[in-house]
Design a protein around this ligand. Structure first.
Ligand SMILES: Nc1ncnc2c1ncn2[C@@H]1O[C@H](COP(=O)(O)OP(=O)(O)OP(=O)(O)O)[C@@H](O)[C@H]1O
Ligand SMILES: O=P(O)(O)OC[C@H]1O[C@](O)(CO)[C@@H](O)[C@@H]1O
Ligand SMILES: [Mg+2]
Length: 446
């Protein structure tokens, strides 16, 4: 929980919501019992009986998240509201679905007609880059869910916060939706701080985009299901490569900068995998209990092996060299896939075993895939809930899902730390049991 308190989960609001929502007006006669959510509704963080008893004993209010959904009263007058959407960071399946969901939610549910797309991430706010804003209507976005990527383009790299807020002011934008990962959300928060400092009537809302599924207090982020589903198909084919040669070893590298969720889930979906290597579980290459010894034993026994490695795994195996960062300041990891291919090849040669090693890196193909239906539904729900929150005047918030309920979180709590695989938890134990790989592949005693 990172020592967060109940009050840290309080979402800010720009002002009191006093206007009757068009959604309420639409349903008042035909569906008077339609559920509207108010700010007293919350989703509990830990639903276990132990947590309940502990809270009863201590008298402390449990940690909980604001429940997302349509409010009866809203803050913004739709006829005077201008909204903007920006997409930043790496691609992820479902971004276009989210854009489509935002535009349609604003347009049809709230009758907002003034919706704009900012091109190429935060760059789009800076006039020097010359990226024009694009007018977005249901007609413009009607087919975009059929394509991967983002119709708005994206970028990495720091932009001047003051200049971005100048652009929001200049364009009279009232609502800014940012679709992006932890960096984008951090950017959203500092934009919000500057908005507050200037006393502007602008709200900012985040829809968390991360293929790595590494945002805290969210069971899942959009695009993740598509990512591991697509990865599982590659893993299946890699298995054919492994079994197609005597002593065949196939290695598949998947994305996952600091969290190995895609690798773990792809392996569970395609249980032919024999080894899953993730950033959260350190392994030695050499030595009696190291990865290569375990791989050898598998190959000698079964004459083929399938290895799935997350890009952030095994970084400690590289010689310390200068750290390479991308434009946003994210550390660019050394290529563990190519490294493993070379080391495995050398190792088997040294052992006098003739092995065939095949290396497959489908990272960018997976990232730019079209969202699978489950993700499409999820993207649309996230977008609609972001629209509900923003129209109600909530600000500096990100939409999430927890225990199958949509939630609003203050951005700082969602970005305070990264979600990682718990190596003592059920996901990692399922991986260990499915692959049969040793629990500990280091030469240290655990
Ligand atoms: N603390 C920050 N303040 C202002 N802007 C930031 C901050 N952190 C990141 N950004 C900006 O947010 C944008 C997106 O960040 P980044 O490239 O790290 O991608 P991301 O949103 O984390 O997505 P991904 O998961 O693909 O890495 C970049 O333009 C970056 O400069
Ligand atoms: O090639 P790029 O754009 O730097 O993105 C790579 C990174 O993006 C991510 O997919 C996160 O969006 C990471 O898994 C990966 O390290
Ligand atoms: Mg990031």
């Amino acid at each position: 929980m990172n020592d967060l308190k109940r009050s840290d989960f309080e979402v800010n609001r720009l002002g009191k919501a006093t206007l009757l929502s068009p959604i309420f007006k639409n349903y008042a006669e035909e569906a008077p019992d339609k559920e509207f959510i108010d700010d007293s509704r919350r989703i509990i963080y830990d639903p276990s009986i132990e947590a309940y008893k502990a809270n009863m004993e201590s008298g402390e209010e449990p940690i909980s998240f604001l429940k997302a959904g349509a409010r009866k009263e809203i803050y913004f007058d739709p006829s005077k509201t201008k909204a903007a959407i920006v997409t930043c960071g790496g691609l992820c399946p479902g971004i276009n679905n989210v854009i489509r969901g935002l535009v349609n939610g604003l347009y049809y549910r709230y009758k907002v007609r003034n919706i704009w797309g900012i091109q190429y991430g935060y760059q789009g706010f800076i006039p020097e880059y010359g990226h024009e804003m694009i007018k977005l209507t249901p007609e413009v976005v009607k087919d975009i869910h059929l394509f991967g990527g983002t119709i708005l383009g994206s970028s990495r790299g720091r932009q001047d916060i003051s200049a971005m807020v100048d652009a929001l002011e200049r364009e009279n934008i009232n609502i800014l939706f940012t679709i992006g990962g932890d960096g984008t959300l951090a950017g959203n928060h500092v934009i919000n701080e500057e908005i507050k400092r200037r006393g502007l009537k602008i709200v900012t809302a985040g829809i968390p985009k991360t293929i790595d599924n590494d945002v805290n207090y969210m069971t899942k982020t959009f695009g993740f299901d598509t990512a591991f589903t697509t990865a599982a198909a590659v893993v299946r084919d890699a298995h054919n490569e492994a079994t197609g040669a005597y002593n065949g070893v196939a290695i598949v590298k998947l994305m996952g900068r600091d969290s190995g969720f895609i690798a773990a889930n792809a392996a569970l979906a395609m249980p032919d995998v024999n080894f899953v290597l993730v950033p959260e579980s350190k392994f030695d290459l050499h030595g009696e209990k190291g990865f290569l010894a375990a791989l050898k034993s598998r190959v000698v026994d079964r004459h083929h092996a399938l290895v799935v490695v997350a890009e952030g795994a095994g970084q400690h195996l590289f010689d310390e060299g200068s750290e390479v960062k991308d434009k946003s300041g994210n550390v660019k990891h050394k290529d563990i896939g190519v490294f493993l291919k070379d080391e495995i090849g050398k190792f088997f040669t040294g052992e006098g075993i003739e092995a065939t090693v095949k290396y497959i890196d489908p990272s960018y193909i997976i990232r730019s895939e079209v969202a699978i239906p489950a993700d499409s539904v999820f993207c649309n729900d996230l977008a609609l809930n972001a629209v509900h929150g923003a129209m109600a005047g909530l600000t500096d918030f990100v939409v999430g899902r927890w225990h199958n309920q949509f939630t609003y979180l203050p951005i700082p709590v969602a970005t305070a730390s990264r979600k990682k695989i718990d190596v003592d938890g059920s996901l990692w134990w399922s991986v260990l049991e499915t692959t049969g790989q040793p629990i500990n592949m280091t030469n240290e005693d655990k």
